[in-house]
Every structure is written in structure tokens, then in C-alpha cells.
Design a protein around this ligand. Structure first.
Ligand SMILES: [Zn+2]
Ligand SMILES: [Zn+2]
Length: 636
């Protein structure tokens, strides 16, 4: 006897165990055709794998993020099967689903070319048409090891050896191809309809630079060709907006091999950086934040006290001062605690909002580094708010409003997520319970929609994360608000309460931009380099048509500059068409073209980034318009 309980609570009985696919077919052909994978008793499960005798069954289609990963990961297997057939001697590493697609890492003497990708994709299409069943097998450790040793699959052998002794080892077979995998997958290769291999890149085995360099082929897949096309168009747009490419073209920043993951900001980039900080200081000033600055390197003792030495050392950089070990700060918190300890505090001082634009260093694996999005040195717009437990709701609410004000300036939408107690945590259940429900109350009182991430909180407290949606609707985690009852204990922070006794304050750690470097990277892509006037490194470019207009242009430039506008006069001996095109490539918002007529009328001919040629304008009126746009931080 086997029983299946469906999501609506209905119960179905069978004389012997059945597969999710069989149940789906009974329910409806469409359901069976659209289901990618099942969830059985809460665990992802192959559609064609028999369920246990008592099974709660849920059928997931491609719209479900977990099912989407299964679909893409199954396509990675299909790719590996094709590569194996086409390139004998290749060794396979791993092939997970990633956001928006999948990859597989291969070890092969030959370098994959774009032509190879075409060939591999064609073979994948053949294998999909053959509609081979994808079947799960469970093997003993010894048998699995023998199998992969015989095939020369050293990486698979290494993966099996790294599994715990009692781990169940499963293999998946499709046609002649077998791969080590925990699963699950789609039921047959014919389920994989629309796929595209997008690129190939080098990647170290296990992301470690001391390990062999492998070739990583990226791809993506969808059930419908129209979905794939739409996605590829979006990718094309994202490529044009790639902040590394635009960062070079607009001369904003660079990265050097002498300091991997440590950006060098060029004058144009620093202009934007400083504008971001100016806005930041204005908004924080309104909320009464006090800005502090704390040291870059601090004594080992401090990091032991903060818990970083035990919990975070693998990401830290170390040095020595007067034969004493010191560490470069990976976070600003301990410095802020030292500041708090420099004076005595009373409940009347609370809430005490201290902010710090702190440069931190964290060791990321070199393979993980990516432009400004994943770096080793970055500046956080950090703040630590010291408060009474009774002030939590109001303070957290205030931070949410501050972040909302900031993001609105850039036209950025966002979603909120609440992360709860992780497996490894400090403090008591009661503290976590109180902190988590306080955060929930803040969100619910304000009618804010949010998603819960169970177990994803920091080890010292629950948190609220802001996920920005950029103009291509891509999500980026930026601001975060974390409640902390632990640091006050570790640093023995106290305040004198109304009762005259000493008590522990509560701390909120929060960032608004997050890492300013990363936020800048997001903005470059969000605006495709065409920054609003207030952020544009050069706001107005003045373009004389001939040498005899230079004098007029110089004076015009000086006048606008004095008024507070970032202006550049292009006095090179080039054709006007060339100068205009270059200013357009530089995405300068305004151009003033000056010829005989303009000099005579005491005016300038305006071209804008958005409207093109506008015609003659009064210089004074133009100046007022630009200044107003800067002042109001007008978008677009
Ligand atoms: Zn797999
Ligand atoms: Zn902190």
C-alpha cells in the first residue's frame, strides 16, 4: 500500500509505490508536461523516482526557482554528455545551476573556441531529440570509486573521497553517460527544449588558485524558445552596460594585477564617489547621525574579543606592529565599540547613531573577484546605533525610511527580506525570538511586503536585507539592518538607566549603500553610464566650431565653472562632428556648440543627450536650468 497526499490535502492510495510523474499524469496531461521536478515530503525528488509509501507530493514547474535550477542543472549534464562524446579524454569537474543559467567545468588539453560551443550545442540538440531517460542509481562508495577511476574521472574520485563515510552516493545515467550527482533532474533529455551556450572562461578547481585551471562553459536554458530569446536580448543589453567595460570607456576606475580586487578610482570615478557621499552626508545629517573614523589596523586582542579571530580569520589580512600581531579590519564594528567605550553613557543619550565610511579588506578567492561587484577592498557606509531595547522598532523603522529616501534618488526599486536564526548562533532562544519579532512588527506596521529567509541571519542576530532591482530588473543585495545583542556583551558596553543601574545597550549594525564600490558598479549598469546630471563627471561640454571661437568658449567655460557646474571645453583642432560624437560616447548630458552665429548673439547652440539638437539658448537660462537639476538631483 502506498499513499500520496497532494498539496490541497487530498489523499490517493495505490497498491504499490508510484512515481510523481505517474500521479501527475492521472491529474492532468498538462500538469505532467509542465512539471519539472517534484517535492516529496519536503525534499526535491526526480519525477520518475518511486516515492516512499507515505508521501506528501508537490509538483513544481519552471516558474518555481528550485525547479528552474533543476532544469538548468539538467542541461549542464546534457552539455557534459555532449562534451564527453565530442572530446575523448576530457575530465569533468562540477556543473551546477547558477542564477540565470548553468555551467560545467572541464579539464581538456585543447582550448574551447566559439566554434566548439556551436558544435557542442548541436550535439546537445541531438541528444535532447533522442529523449533519453535520466535514471538515478545508488552505488556503494567502493563501486562508485572504481567506476570513476576506470573512466579516468579524477575530479569525481576526489569529490567522492571528500564525502562523509555514511553519505549516499547517487549516479545519474542518460544513454551512455553517467555522472556523479545528488540530483534531482528532469525525467528525460527531451524535456530540455531551448538552450544556448553563452561563453567560456577559465576557472580554478574548487576556486583555488593553487589548483588546476579548468575551462568553464556557461549556458542557459528554458522550456520555450521565446523565453530564451527574450533572455538573450536582456543579456545583450547587460553586456553593453557591463560596468567593467563602461568603467574603462568612461575612465571611471581600473583594476591592477598589483592589487587584485582593489579598485583604483580615476578622477571621473571620484567625482561620482564624492557626489554619492555628499548625498549620504546630507541624508544622515537629517537623521542626526554622528560621523566617526576608526583605525585601519588594530591589535589581535581586539579581534579575539569581537569574535572575528575565531569566526572570520580566513577572510582577514594580518600584519605585525612592534612584534605584536595586528589585523587589517574586515568590518568596522570593533572600532565603533572602542569609540563607545571612550565615554560614559546614560539612557538619555540614546538612540546614539554613529556612522563611519570605513575602508575594509576581506580576502575573497581570486576566482570570485568581479569588477566592483566582488572586491577585496571596499568602503562601507556603516553605522552602529546604540539604543534601549524599547527603541528597536522606532530605530529600525527610521533606518528603513532613510534607505528608502536614498534609493528613491536613483529611481531604484527594492524588495525586503528578513533572515532568521542560523544553525550556528550566539545568545539565547529568547533573545532571538524577541529580536526577530521586533523586526517583523516594524515591517508589518508599515505594511511592507517581505520574504522570510529561514536560517540566513548573522550569527549574532536577525537581519533585514534590501534587494535593489535595477533597470534590467536584476536583483542586488545592498542595504542591511542587523540587530545585535552579542557585541555589547563581548565589549562589556554599558549605560546608566533611569533606575541608576548599569545596563547593556542593544546595537543595530546597518549599511545603506552597502559597499560604495559595489553600489557604484550597480549605478553604472543601472544608468548604462548615462548618469543623471548631478552625478555626471562632466556635466557640460563646450565645443567650438573653429579656432576663432576659442576665446568665447574659454570665457563661457569659466563662467559655468564658477557657478558650480562641471564643464569642459574641447579646444582640440578636430572637426565639430568628431567632437560631438566623442561627447556622446562619453555620455555627457549637455553640449554647447559655438560658431559665428552664437558668438554674435552671445548665445550657444544646445545639444542634449536625450533630445539631440535643441537650438540656440540663452546662456544664463541654461545655467539656471542645469543648476536646478543638480540641486534637485533630477533623474534622467
Ligand atoms: Zn546532476
Ligand atoms: Zn557592525
Amino acid at each position: 500500500m502506498a499513499a500520496v497526499i497532494l498539496k490541497d490535502g487530498s489523499r490517493r492510495e495505490y497498491p504499490q509505490p508510484v512515481t510523481p510523474l505517474a500521479v501527475a499524469r492521472e491529474l492532468s496531461q498538462r500538469l505532467a508536461a509542465e512539471a519539472v521536478v517534484a517535492k516529496v515530503n519536503g525534499v526535491l525528488w526526480d519525477l520518475n523516482r518511486e516515492m516512499p509509501a507515505e508521501a506528501e507530493l508537490e509538483l513544481l514547474d519552471f516558474e518555481n526557482p528550485e525547479a528552474r535550477n533543476v532544469y538548468r542543472h539538467s542541461t549542464a549534464h546534457l552539455m557534459a554528455q555532449a562534451v564527453r562524446q565530442l572530446y575523448p579524454g576530457v575530465r569533468l569537474a562540477i556543473g551546477p545551476a547558477i542564477e540565470d543559467g548553468f555551467y560545467y567545468d572541464f579539464d581538456l588539453d585543447k582550448t574551447f573556441t566559439p566554434e566548439d560551443l556551436v558544435k557542442i550545442q548541436a550535439r546537445m540538440a541531438e541528444l535532447a531529440r533522442a529523449n533519453q531517460q535520466i535514471e538515478r542509481r545508488v552505488l556503494s562508495r567502493d563501486k562508485a570509486l572504481a567506476l570513476f577511476r576506470e573512466q579516468g574521472e579524477d575530479y569525481k574520485v576526489e569529490l567522492i573521497e571528500a564525502l562523509p563515510e555514511d553519505a549516499e552516493i547517487s549516479l545519474y545515467q542518460q544513454g551512455d553517460f553517467v555522472d556523479l550527482c545528488a540530483g534531482p533532474h528532469v525525467g528525460s533529455t527531451g524535456r530540455l527544449k531551448a538552450f544556448k551556450l553563452t561563453s567560456v572562461a577559465g576557472a580554478y578547481w574548487r576556486g583555488d588558485e593553487h589548483q588546476p585551471m579548468l575551462q568553464r562553459i556557461y549556458g542557459t536554458s528554458f522550456p520555450k524558445a521565446s523565453q530564451l530569446e527574450e533572455h538573450l536580448a536582456l543579456l545583450e543589453e547587460a553586456k553593453k552596460r557591463d560596468h567593467r567595460k563602461l568603467g574603462r570607456e568612461l575612465d571611471l576606475f581600473s583594476l591592477s594585477e598589483e592589487g587584485p580586487g582593489m579598485p583604483i578610482y580615476h578622477p571621473n570615478g571620484v567625482v561620482i564617489w564624492n557626489e554619492l557621499l555628499k548625498l549620504w552626508r546630507e541624508e544622515h545629517g537629517k537623521d542626526g547621525y554622528l560621523e566617526i573614523r576608526t583605525p585601519q589596523i588594530l591589535n589581535k586582542r581586539l579581534w579575539e574579543r569581537s569574535g572575528h579571530w575565531d569566526n572570520y580569520a580566513d577572510k582577514m589580512y594580518f600584519t605585525e606592529v612592534d612584534e605584536t600581531p595586528f589585523a587589517l579590519k574586515p568590518m568596522n564594528c570593533p572600532g565603533a565599540m572602542l569609540w563607545y567605550l571612550t565615554s560614559h553613557h546614560s539612557y538619555r543619550d540614546f538612540p546614539l547613531r554613529s556612522a563611519e565610511l570605513g575602508l575594509v579588506h576581506r580576502h575573497e578567492l581570486s576566482g570570485a573577484l568581479h569588477g566592483l561587484m566582488r572586491v577585496r577592498a571596499f568602503t562601507q557606509d556603516d553605522a552602529h546605533i546604540f539604543m534601549l531595547p524599547s527603541q528597536i522598532e522606532e530605530e529600525v523603522g527610521g533606518v528603513i525610511e532613510l534607505v528608502d529616501r536614498l534609493y528613491k534618488v536613483f529611481g531604484l526599486e527594492y524588495k525586503l527580506e528578513l533572515s532568521t536564526k542560523p544553525e550556528k548562533f550566539m545568545g539565547t532562544e529568547e533573545q532571538w525570538e524577541a529580536a526577530t519579532s521586533a523586526l517583523m512588527r516594524v515591517l508589518e506596521k508599515r505594511g511592507i511586503d517581505y520574504k522570510i529567509n529561514p536560517g540566513d541571519g548573522a550569527f549574532y542576530g536577525p537581519k533585514i536585507d534590501f534587494h535593489i532591482l535595477d533597470s534590467l530588473k536584476r536583483g542586488w543585495q545592498c542595504a542591511t539592518i542587523q540587530l545585535d545583542f552579542q557585541m555589547p556583551e563581548r565589549f562589556d558596553l554599558t549605560y546608566t538607566g533611569e533606575d541608576g543601574q548599569e545596563h547593556r545597550p542593544v546595537i543595530v549594525h546597518r549599511v545603506a549603500y552597502g559597499a560604495i564600490d559595489r553600489f557604484l558598479g550597480i549605478l553604472i549598469e543601472h544608468f548604462a553610464g548615462a548618469f543623471p546630471v548631478w552625478l555626471a563627471p562632466v556635466q557640460v561640454k563646450i565645443l567650438p566650431i573653429a579656432d576663432r571661437h576659442h576665446e568665447y568658449c574659454r570665457k563661457l567655460a569659466a563662467k559655468l565653472q564658477k557657478a558650480g557646474i562641471r564643464v569642459q571645453a574641447d579646444l582640440r583642432n578636430e572637426k565639430i562632428g568628431f567632437k560631438i560624437r566623442q561627447a556622446e560616447t562619453e555620455k555627457v548630458p549637455y553640449m554647447l556648440v559655438v560658431g559665428d552665429k552664437e558668438v554674435e548673439a552671445g548665445k550657444a547652440a544646445l545639444r542634449t543627450r536625450v533630445e539631440g539638437d535643441v537650438g540656440q539658448v540663452d546662456v544664463k537660462e541654461f545655467q539656471e536650468r542645469v543648476l536646478a537639476e543638480i540641486k534637485t538631483r533630477k533623474l534622467g
